[in-house]
Design a protein around this ligand. Structure first.
Ligand SMILES: Nc1nc2c(ncn2[C@@H]2O[C@H](COP(=O)(O)OP(=O)(O)OP(=O)(O)O)[C@@H](O)[C@H]2O)c(=O)[nH]1
Ligand SMILES: [K+]
Ligand SMILES: [Mg+2]
Length: 425
């Protein structure tokens, strides 16, 4: 039998209230030994909690939630304690002495919910995202996942595969007879539509962007005003700015949310070819590497040119003649603040269009990989004539969908996912 687990599920003490959750077959007996009796099920009640010696630990609100209709699918007890460090420590100490109870691992409550069929893998991934979401856009996308939006989609795809497989089975049955029937044109049309649908999904903006943010790299020659603009964007003196050309050497990056859209701004060393300083040269190499992984490069300064697709920014407009730079995207002064809001507005609009739409399901790397596998199987299928080989490709597609929702999943994969959660979740 599974151990009964317990953990502090609220934030770290001291806090107003601390919630300790216990899940498993010993949750009832543990609550009974603390509170003297088992309270009425699914009703909040106040209880005096005592240790084994009968000494009062706390007056707490307790909940008794018998399984299986609970989040983990097991019996659950919740103790809503006064959130002091010592109160929590004393309650945990008493629980640790109950036989069959042990402290939960990170994500173990959620893992049990998954094991007991309370949520599938896509929903668990959504939950992990929800807990780590720092922007409104991320939260809404994660919420769609938790609500099972992707899971329902995957179920739909699984059914499509099963339907196609049934047609192949039927063709195989017939082929025993004399009139060997090949699969009808409508079958191949269905496969092609299905493949198209998966392709559309693969082209949608990815969830990784929601976590990592839209990456804006500030680049250009030395003294162009990159670090000053970087600071102005963040409203923070994170980067050193100075009159000396070659002030910035290391790559400096900071996440920031603008109107709920996650960004990462990156400040870099000024680019020049004639640097005599070996350390600056390393900085320049790093700056170039950053421009290559950027979602967008803002090119400051009048000399040189950014990589293709960069936005030309006319900086220091309070000081320099505006006419000198050809058709910049924005003209601004990071020192006076002039033109800054316009640039930020343009960035928000541009980043928004490359991010998942609010509340839309976005695929993470794992999900993207598996949907690509399913799509490849359908592509291979298109080149087969033999119903047996067609059936095999359909089986591979179904397998990919099974792995998406965790019908078949490896321990390693589950360890990695549930390890992302904190203890108590
Ligand atoms: N007048 C004016 N001066 C500016 C503006 N932006 C930056 N500066 C000044 O220009 C100088 C260089 O600014 P930095 O932000 O250090 O320039 P940088 O591009 O980061 O320089 P490196 O890191 O050396 O490549 C500093 O003295 C800034 O105060 C601006 O908008 N107007
Ligand atoms: K400088
Ligand atoms: Mg700088």
């Amino acid at each position: 039998m599974m151990d009964t687990i317990y953990a502090l599920s609220s934030g770290s003490p001291p806090a107003g209230i601390a919630v300790i959750r216990v899940s498993g077959s010993k949750a009832g007996p543990a609550l009974q030994s603390l509170a003297g009796k088992l309270p009425e099920a699914r009703r909040a009640s106040v209880a005096t909690l005592r240790d084994a010696q009968g000494e009062v630990l706390d007056h707490a609100m307790v909940l008794w939630l018998p399984g299986p209709s609970t989040v983990t699918g097991e019996d659950i007890a919740e103790l809503h304690l006064h959130g002091g460090r010592a109160v929590v420590a004393a309650a945990e100490n008493v629980l640790s002495m109950v036989t069959g109870l042990r402290k939960a691992q990170p994500g173990e409550f959620t893992r049990r919910a998954f094991a007991n069929g309370k949520m599938d893998l896509a929903e668990a991934e959504g939950l992990a995202d929800l807990l780590s979401a720092e922007t409104e856009l991320h939260r809404r996308s994660a919420m769609a996942m938790v609500g099972g939006a992707l899971s329902r989609q995957i179920e739909g795809w699984r059914e499509t595969v099963l339907h196609l497989s049934a047609q192949v089975e039927a063709a195989l049955d017939f082929s025993d007879e004399d009139d060997v029937s090949s699969l009808p044109a409508v079958f191949h049309q269905q496969v092609s539509d299905f493949k198209q649908e998966l392709e559309t999904w693969l082209l949608r903006p990815r969830a990784d962007k929601l976590r990592d943010g839209f990456r804006v790299v500030l680049a250009g020659p030395p003294n162009a005003g990159k670090s000053t603009l970087f600071n102005a964007m963040l409203g923070d003196e994170a980067a050193i700015t100075a009159e000396t050309a070659g002030t910035t050497r290391d790559v400096l990056e900071r996440p920031v949310a603008l109107e709920g859209i996650p960004f990462t701004f990156v400040d870099t060393a000024g680019l020049r070819n004639d640097s005599q300083d070996s350390i600056e040269a390393i900085g320049i190499a790093r700056a170039v590497a950053q421009t290559e992984i950027a979602d967008l490069v803002l090119w400051l300064g009048r000399e040189g040119q950014g990589p293709k697709g960069s936005w030309e920014i006319d900086a220091k407009c309070d000081w320099l003649d505006r006419e000198a730079k050809h058709s910049p995207i924005a003209s601004l002064s990071a020192l006076s603040g002039e033109g800054l809001d316009q640039l930020i507005g343009l960035l928000i609009d541009y980043a928004r269009s490359s991010m998942p739409a609010p509340g839309a399901v976005a695929l993470n790397a794992r999900q993207h990989g598996l949907i690509a596998e399913a799509k490849n199987a359908l592509e291979q299928l298109g080149e087969q004539e033999d119903p047996l080989l067609i059936a095999e490709q359909l089986r591979l597609a179904r397998l990919a969908f099974d792995r998406l929702i965790g019908r078949t999943s490896t321990e390693d994969m589950l360890d990695a996912l549930f390890g992302r959660f904190c203890i108590g979740k």
